[in-house]
Design a protein around this ligand. Structure first.
Ligand SMILES: [Fe+2]
Length: 180
């Protein structure tokens, strides 16, 4: 089945290795975000406002769900999934690079914003690259992009800024755009 999926995507004219590289980079970034949000949440006890603590918990759940969805698609396409975490993540990991263990709420919100902005760019590119050629990856990229757009809203909400009336707080942390 993975071979068949890979060949179907190849026949549609996509460079499967480039597609897998993009999916893998995105999965590495989500995994890195999951780790980073966990560290920030662990440092946040008593140091930060409740909205930022809640945001960290929800974004951590989202990063994990996004990572799992990407790995599923990589496996469907017969992509490389090494057996150990260091082999997958690489020595430097992916994402934000050097950052302090914890900063002020504003610094944390800035960091979270940068993570979301990078993800928006990556999923937008993935969505464009797969349009009409790989419907399954295209739908996944669109769902992930919609999720990241929601995350932007959650960050605005944690900052106390006005948010769209279309926003549904009950979705936070539950990855509503991803098919289960
Ligand atoms: Fe994400």
């Amino acid at each position: 089945m993975p071979r068949a999926a890979r060949e179907a995507v190849q026949r549609a004219g996509l460079d499967v290795d480039a597609l897998l590289a993009a999916l893998t980079a995105a999965a590495q970034a989500e995994l890195s975000a999951y780790y980073r949000h966990t560290v920030l949440a662990a440092h946040s006890h008593g140091l930060t406002e409740a909205p930022v603590r809640a945001l960290l918990a929800d974004l951590r759940a989202e990063a994990r769900a996004h990572f799992e969805a990407l790995v599923t698609r990589i496996a469907e396409l017969d992509g490389p999934l090494p057996p150990t975490l260091p082999a997958f993540a690489g020595p430097e990991g992916r994402g934000e690079g050097a950052a302090p263990p914890y900063g002020t709420d504003e610094e944390v919100l800035r960091e979270l914003t940068a993570v979301v902005e990078r993800a928006v760019r990556a999923y937008d590119e993935l969505r464009a690259a797969t349009e009409r050629r790989d419907p399954r990856t295209h739908a996944l990229a669109a769902a992930l992009l919609a999720g990241e757009r929601e995350h932007e809203t959650w960050i605005r909400e944690a900052r106390g800024e006005p948010v769209s009336p279309r926003y549904h707080p009950g979705f936070r942390g539950a990855s509503p755009h991803l098919a289960r």
